[in-house]
Design a protein around this ligand. Structure first.
Ligand SMILES: [Zn+2]
Length: 275
């Protein structure tokens, strides 16, 4: 009996989380769209699923925030964090300049797989032109140059949160993100992360070597970095940690990022007003 009630408890916890339930995710985004007045539009259709984005009216060609999640389906914390963050900010969402992609690989999310339904790693093909869903996404990105773009990922080898920051605009924001996340999750202190030596705990900051990337395929972050974003981050939470904690970590970074984007905008506004 005791085992059965334990089992029921675990099962109800699991169904509450529903982190791989794409249909449920879309329902939640529809509710956010309805309550915030931000339109949610489809941009592509795979054989079984429709892909969506949200763009607020306050997003212009210059500035603002780009966030995507779920390009790798076995990394659900980013997907959950992005919807939870949008739900939390639903009353101000329409005033925030942003372009959001809630889940780039629904099949992968449902099946808990990194690749899409054709076995393709979507995060290695941004140089190709043959995948309609990625082409449609690139067209949506095309008119924009964002203040910052965030790609939310997870890592099975991770021992805490870490991030990749492309070296371009200063001051760098990586330290601020790590500081914001530290209150909810440990920072990955490994001395080598994915074969690279972090600059500081949790921060892999790098100059982009296009030739190197050409050999294994262009990821989303690089596409953003090359033409469309002043600051580009890949945020990685450790897959083996509790989901709630990973979600909270991504949300802490999103909150801090929003704070910095708004501050940046405010400063630009002051500069143009006085000079
Ligand atoms: Zn990933």
């Amino acid at each position: 009996m005791e085992n059965q009630s334990e089992f029921r408890k675990i099962r109800s916890e699991l169904s509450k989380q529903r982190s791989h339930d794409y249909r449920h995710l879309v329902q939640r985004w529809r509710a956010v769209a309805g309550a915030s007045g931000v339109r949610m539009r489809g941009y592509a259709t795979t054989p079984d699923y429709k892909l969506y984005y949200l763009k607020t009216k306050s997003l212009g060609a210059l500035g603002g925030l780009y966030v995507s999640a779920g390009i790798h389906g076995d990394e659900p914390a980013g997907v959950e964090a992005l919807i939870a963050w949008a739900e939390k900010n639903v009353h101000i969402l329409s005033e925030l300049p942003c372009l959001l992609f809630p889940c780039l690989n629904p099949w992968g999310l449902i099946n808990n797989r990194r690749m899409d339904q054709n076995g393709v790693d979507l995060n290695r093909i941004f140089h190709l032109k043959n995948l309609p869903s990625i082409e449609a996404m690139k067209q949506l990105i095309e008119p924009h140059h964002f203040t910052v773009s965030l790609m939310l990922h997870e890592d099975y080898d991770g021992q805490g949160l870490y991030l990749y920051e492309t070296e371009y605009a200063t001051p760098f924001w990586g330290e601020k993100f790590v500081k914001a996340a530290r209150s909810v999750i440990p920072i990955d202190s490994r001395t080598r992360i994915d074969g690279r030596k972090p600059l500081k705990p949790g921060i892999v900051r790098r100059k982009i070597n296009l030739k190197k990337f050409a050999s294994f395929g262009i990821p989303e972050a690089l596409h953003l970095h090359i033409q469309h974003s002043e600051r580009t981050f890949t945020i990685e939470t450790p897959s083996e940690f509790a989901l709630d904690q990973r979600v909270a970590a991504h949300m802490a970074v999103l909150d801090e990022c929003l704070r910095l984007v708004l501050k940046d905008q405010h400063q630009d506004h002051l500069t143009s007003a006085t000079g």
